[in-house]
Write a protein of this length. Structure first.
Length: 505
């Protein structure tokens, strides 16, 4: 037995509760990258002998997960068509200009739309209207991404809930889990700053935080509540509001871990499991293995992820990359989604799809040109490859900023990229050893944990089932009205009656 297998076996003996549970996992949001985390959890649950019913827009049927895996395949709701209609863009590359606040509203919009779409599907309707629901499942696993309608299945089947934040963190978790977030050093995910903020950044953080909270209260919750009413009002005499459903979330898995997320207050049921999708590296396809093995001066890996397509870049941007790559001694492996790329220099290889994590694990890979998506950044940090970041939208900017401030990344703005800027950044990353040193340090921190990311997630899933929802994990703050939570009632008494109060003391 390999040491890792033995360790896993010991962990199972120590922590495993031995019995397979029945898990219902509705995941409505059709954003492929999010399923890097979700799919990894689903596979692991099935492999550990749980029965999983997975409601998903992306099939795992090809993987033959066996009899304990049941799939309910949702038709694909086209989020990108929605976004491009609202934003009047034809390519994700254009999202680089979208203001942060618009990006948040877009995220909510696709969350609401995909929830509405999923709940209307006949297969989901069957689950909603099934007889004898109670006792059929032991746990509901859902995504924490503006899809709260899915929580209704937990309510109907009366099972505890664990939600999965495929993004790292959101400030509204404060209200959800009953704690106060210090805005002085916890930046909003939509701001491009780290935990060291200037006065103006703190001001911006407070303003966008307040705006987000009010927007959630006044627009987002009512919109999600209306969707739930639409599908459940005929079934139940009283339909719970999203806020009530949220109070029953037993635990949340955060796709984050130090040093990619800075220290901050959290409650006992917020569990950091960032990087759980990363598997031990597998052997690369022969021609890629050879291309990298024979890269005498090392190699650069270039991919903008699954949404942003390199192939959509206009010719003048492509020529910048091709021009600089042609002058490098290094080889370049480029995820490029089109068959033809004219004038390809001899040291550049393009492929439509590449096994990213396994490539980053190759010792010859020295720089990762990336858009800064969370999963790619975790893989880069795990395998200690310095990053040239070219962010487009959502959390990509802050992810790259984090890397710049930790000294393992350099940032480039796609909008004003030039041959000089690109060459300067690449030369710096390749020739100055500090980036690799800083990355090695970050990598060590990211990997050094009391229990591996996946084992941690499995432990808490078993725990929540074993303790029937583990209500002892949930902070009492979630049940307080806001004026009590912020002690405004106490402040009022002190203000109007301070003689008597202080007389008491
Ligand atoms: C399938 O799940 C049941 C529990 O629901 C478990 O007892 C059984 O061992 C599982 N089978 C496999 C092949 O994992
Ligand atoms: C929350 O959980 C409790 C205990 O399991 C249950 O009685 C209650 O109905 C749940 N509330 C909602 C809104 O699902």
């Amino acid at each position: 037995m390999k040491p890792s297998t033995i360790i896993r076996f010991i962990i199972l003996l120590l922590f495993g509760h031995g019995e397979g549970a029945r898990i219902l996992a509705p995941f409505f949001l059709p954003v492929r990258s999010h399923f890097m985390m979700t799919n990894a959890i689903i596979r692991e649950l099935v492999q550990r002998g749980h029965e999983v019913t997975f409601i998903t827009p992306f099939s795992l049927a090809k993987e033959n997960l066996g009899a304990n895996y049941t799939e309910v395949l949702l038709p694909l709701y086209n989020t990108w068509a929605d976004i491009s209609e609202i934003m009047k863009t034809s390519s994700a590359l254009d999202m680089v200009d979208v203001p942060k606040w618009t990006a948040m509203k877009l995220a909510q919009h696709i969350g609401l739309k995909s929830t509405d779409f999923a709940l209307a599907q006949p297969e989901i309707q069957k689950l909603i209207h099934a007889k004898d629901k109670v006792g059929k499942y032991d746990l509901l696993l859902v995504e924490q991404f503006y899809n709260e309608g899915a929580l209704m299945l937990g309510h109907l089947y009366q099972v505890p809930v664990i939600s999965i934040a495929t993004f790292a963190y959101a400030n509204y978790f404060s209200q959800l889990f009953g704690f106060i977030t210090p805005l002085s050093y916890v930046p909003n995910v939509f701001l491009s700053c780290t935990d060291r903020m200037t006065l103006w950044q703190r001001l911006e953080n407070v303003v966008i935080g307040a705006k987000e909270d009010f927007h959630r209260e006044l627009f987002y919750y009512p919109a999600q509540d209306a969707i739930i009413k639409k599908y459940f009002a005929s079934l139940l005499p009283e339909v719970p509001r999203v806020k009530e459903l949220e109070r029953n979330i037993s635990a949340i898995f955060l796709n984050s871990y130090m040093p990619l997320t800075s220290p901050r207050p959290m409650t006992f049921n917020m569990i950091s499991v960032g990087g759980l999708h990363i598997q031990p590296p597998k052997r690369l396809p022969g021609h890629i293995q050879k291309f990298l093995d024979e890269a005498e001066h090392g190699a650069i890996y270039f991919s903008l992820g699954s949404q942003v397509r390199s192939a959509d870049m206009p010719a003048e941007k492509l020529n910048i990359f091709l021009g600089v790559f042609a002058r490098l001694k290094q080889r370049v492996l480029w995820k490029f989604e089109d068959d033809k790329l004219p004038n390809l220099p001899g040291n550049v290889k393009v492929e439509k799809w590449l096994p990213q994590a396994d490539i980053l694990a190759h010792p010859k890979v020295r720089v990762f040109i990336a858009h800064g998506g969370l999963f790619g950044m975790q893989e880069a940090v795990h395998h200690a490859v310095p990053v040239l970041g070219m962010p487009f939208y959502f959390d990509q900017n802050p992810n790259i900023k984090e890397g710049i401030s930790a000294g393992y990344a350099i940032g480039l703005d796609y909008r004003d990229i030039s041959e000089e800027k690109l060459e300067l950044a690449l030369t710096e990353l390749l020739s100055n050893p500090k980036y690799k040193d800083n990355m090695n340090r970050a990598s060590k921190i990211f990997r050094d944990r009391p229990l591996g990311a996946m084992d941690t997630a499995m432990y808490w899933i078993d725990y929540v089932i074993e303790h029937r929802g583990a209500p002892h994990l949930v902070a009492a703050g979630v049940n307080l009205p806001w004026y009590q939570f912020y002690l405004l009632d106490v402040v009022a008494i002190i203000k109007f009656d301070n003689d008597n109060i202080f007389g008491l003391l």
